[in-house]
Design a protein around this ligand. Structure first.
Ligand SMILES: NC(=O)c1ccc[n+]([C@@H]2O[C@H](COP(=O)([O-])OP(=O)(O)OC[C@H]3O[C@@H](n4cnc5c(N)ncnc54)[C@H](OP(=O)(O)O)[C@@H]3O)[C@@H](O)[C@H]2O)c1
Length: 251
C-alpha cells in the first residue's frame, strides 16, 4: 500500500503520522511538499519536495510510484494543486480524498468583512482603517502596494519580496500564536484593522479573538472551492476513516 499525501500544513503532518501508524506493515506513506518554505517541518514517513509539473506530471508520478490513494491535505488557499490533484487522480485512476480544516465562523462582537480576493481586500481597506495587520502570507502583497496612505505590519514565515506596500514593517513568525501575543501586537503597533485568509484551525485563530477584544474590523478572504465530487474530511482522524472506506470501495 502506498499513500501520497499532498502536504504543507499542520494537519498533513499529523495525517502522515496517523497513516504511518495505521497502515499495514510494509506500506509507504509519502508526503509531498511544494518547497516554498526554507527549512520546513518534516512529517513522519517519506518526503518528496517540489512541483510535479501540472496535473499530467502528478498522474505520471502516481503511476510510476504505484500509488494506491491520494490525499490532498494542502492549505485551503492552495487552489491550483487541489485542481491538479483532482485531474491527476482521475487520469491515473487513483482514489482521491481531501483533508480541509473547517473555516472560521464569526461570533458575537465580530466585525468581519468577507471578500473573495486579496485585490478586493485592498479595495475595502481604506474605508476601514489606517494601520493594517496583514496576515495573508508573503505572497500576493503586491495587491496592497498602491495603498500609500496606509501603514502595514506584514507577518509571514519567510520574508516577503517586492512588490509590497511602501509603508510596511515585516514580522517574520510561524504559528501557533497566543492570544496574549496577538493582543500585544495590536496594542503596540496601534493596529486598527486586520486582514486574514479564512485559513481555519486553532494555531492562528487567536488574532480573531484579539481583534474582537480590540473592537477592530477584520477583512476575511474567503476560500477557493474544493473541486467538485471530492470527498472531504475535516480532521486527520476522519481522513484515515474515509481512506479505509474509499479503498474498500476501490478494491
Ligand atoms: N496558499 C497558502 O496560503 C498556504 C499557506 C500555508 C501553506 N501552504 C502550502 O504551501 C504549498 C504551496 O501553496 P500555493 O498556494 O503556492 O499552492 P498552489 O498555488 O495551489 O500550487 C501552485 C503549484 O505549486 C506546486 N505545489 C503546491 N503544493 C504542492 C505540494 N504539496 N507538493 C508538490 N507540489 C505542490 C504545484 O506545482 P506543479 O503544478 O508543478 O505540480 C502547484 O501547481 C501547498 O502545499 C500548501 O499546502 C499554502
Amino acid at each position: 500500500m502506498h499513500v501520497l499525501v499532498l502536504g504543507g500544513t499542520t494537519e498533513a503532518r499529523r495525517l502522515a503520522g496517523l497513516l504511518v501508524a495505521a497502515l499495514p506493515e510494509g506500506s509507504r506513506v509519502t508526503s509531498s511538499l511544494a518547497g516554498r518554505v526554507a527549512g520546513p517541518r518534516l512529517p513522519p514517513g517519506e518526503v518528496r519536495i517540489g512541483g510535479f509539473g501540472g496535473a499530467g506530471g502528478l498522474a505520471a508520478w502516481l503511476r510510476t510510484h504505484r500509488v494506491d490513494a491520494l490525499i490532498d491535505a494542502t492549505h485551503p488557499f492552495a487552489g491550483t494543486i487541489s485542481f491538479h490533484a483532482a485531474a491527476g487522480a482521475a487520469a491515473a485512476h487513483v482514489p482521491l480524498l481531501a483533508l480541509r480544516r473547517p473555516g472560521w465562523v464569526p461570533g458575537p462582537g465580530d466585525d468581519w468583512h468577507p471578500v473573495v480576493s486579496l485585490e478586493e481586500a485592498a479595495a475595502v481597506l481604506p474605508a476601514l482603517g489606517r494601520r493594517v495587520f496583514l496576515t495573508t502570507g508573503r505572497l500576493g502583497l503586491g495587491a496592497f502596494a498602491g495603498l500609500d496612505g496606509l501603514w502595514f505590519l506584514a507577518r509571514s514565515v519567510d520574508a516577503p519580496e517586492p512588490p509590497y506596500p511602501a509603508r510596511m514593517e515585516t514580522l517574520p513568525a510561524r504559528g501557533p500564536f497566543t492570544l496574549d501575543g496577538e493582543r500585544e501586537l495590536i496594542r503596540r503597533h496601534r493596529v486598527d484593522v486586520l486582514v486574514t485568509k479564512d485559513s481555519g484551525g486553532a494555531a492562528t485563530a487567536p488574532k480573531l479573538a484579539a481583534a474582537r477584544e480590540a473592537r477592530i474590523p477584520v477583512v476575511v478572504v474567503r476560500r477557493p472551492p474544493v473541486p467538485e465530487g471530492v470527498a472531504v474530511a475535516g480532521k486527520p482522524e476522519e481522513a484515515v476513516s474515509l481512506l479505509r472506506e474509499l479503498l474498500g470501495h476501490a478494491r
